[in-house]
Write a protein that binds this ligand. Structure first.
Ligand code: IPD
Ligand code: CA
Length: 255
């Protein structure tokens, strides 16, 4: 298993797809479910990523948001071709391309590209995290009053949305600011590079978070499920922080 070659391949195809997304024409949009959309660019991007990665590493398996694919296997790519499809469709800047590689059940590579910012976040397990080749680290803010939180709420499950909203009144009084860009993958990168300290969301999928988890952990941050729950990779309920305000956030999420 050559992780460096895989990380390089992921970075290359992420940038290539990003370039294509920046110059797309009029979009054909289809609703997958209530309030859940897919454009032909999501499908085209995923196909490009699959062909590039499996073309170079035919022994690997592939699991993507749009086409599904292999569950746990020896070596598996986990891909969200456009994380933040709503933002992409509506012309907002907060979408990203997210590519992770899992080996023997462990996430070992995370690669997230933000086409609008031309920012490529990359981490290999045990080797630290970078943004455009420069090492990144979570912030050293330990006072919740100075912390910025990214918040996420799926567009699909009303109950999760309400549970998230119930946290906000208490949180507003105790931290500095709250943001929402519409891409969980990008929110994780923001914590990893110290732009914010906190991200939490309920009901995410493994392809939304796989790459970001490696990047945050390699940048020194902490990734868990919500208090009292199982691993976030299983539940999709994530609490991501710089580590220093994790205990504070656990208290907030307990309600
Ligand atoms: C969505 C984004 C969004 C989050 C949703 C996800 P998609 O992914 O990550 O930030 O709030 O829960 O589903 O559907 O745009 O790939
Ligand atoms: Ca997604």
């Amino acid at each position: 298993m050559n992780l460096h070659a895989r990380a390089e391949a992921a970075s290359r195809i992420a940038r290539e797809v990003g370039e294509m997304l920046l110059h797309h024409g009029k979009l054909k949009v289809r609703a997958k479910a209530d309030n859940d959309f897919v454009t032909e660019m999501d499908v085209m991007s995923e196909n490009m990523i699959r062909e590039a990665l499996l073309g170079q590493f035919p022994e690997d398996e592939f699991f993507g948001e749009e086409s599904g694919g292999a569950s746990i296997s020896r070596g598996r790519w986990i891909v969200d071709p456009i994380d933040g499809t709503q933002s992409f469709m509506r012309g907002h800047h907060g979408y990203s391309i997210s590519i992770a590689y899992e080996h023997d059940g462990e996430l070992v590579i995370g690669c997230i590209y933000m086409p609008d910012n031309d920012e490529l976040f990359l981490a290999i397990r045990g080797e630290g995290a970078t943004m455009n080749g420069q090492p990144i680290h979570v912030s050293e803010i330990d006072d919740p009053h100075q912390a910025i939180a990214h918040l996420g709420y799926g567009h699909r499950v009303l109950e999760d949305r309400r549970r998230t909203m119930a946290i906000l009144p208490g949180l507003f009084d105790r931290i500095s600011d709250i943001r929402r860009f519409g891409s969980a993958a990008y929110a994780l990168c923001c914590v990893a590079c110290g732009r914010s300290e906190i991200f939490f969301e309920l009901g995410l999928h493994i392809y939304d978070i796989a790459a970001g988890l490696v990047i945050v952990e390699e940048a020194g941050g902490k990734c868990t499920g919500w208090p009292g729950e199982d691993d976030c990779k299983v539940t999709g309920n994530v609490l991501i922080t710089n580590g220093l305000v994790h205990g504070f956030m656990e208290e907030q999420l307990k309600g």
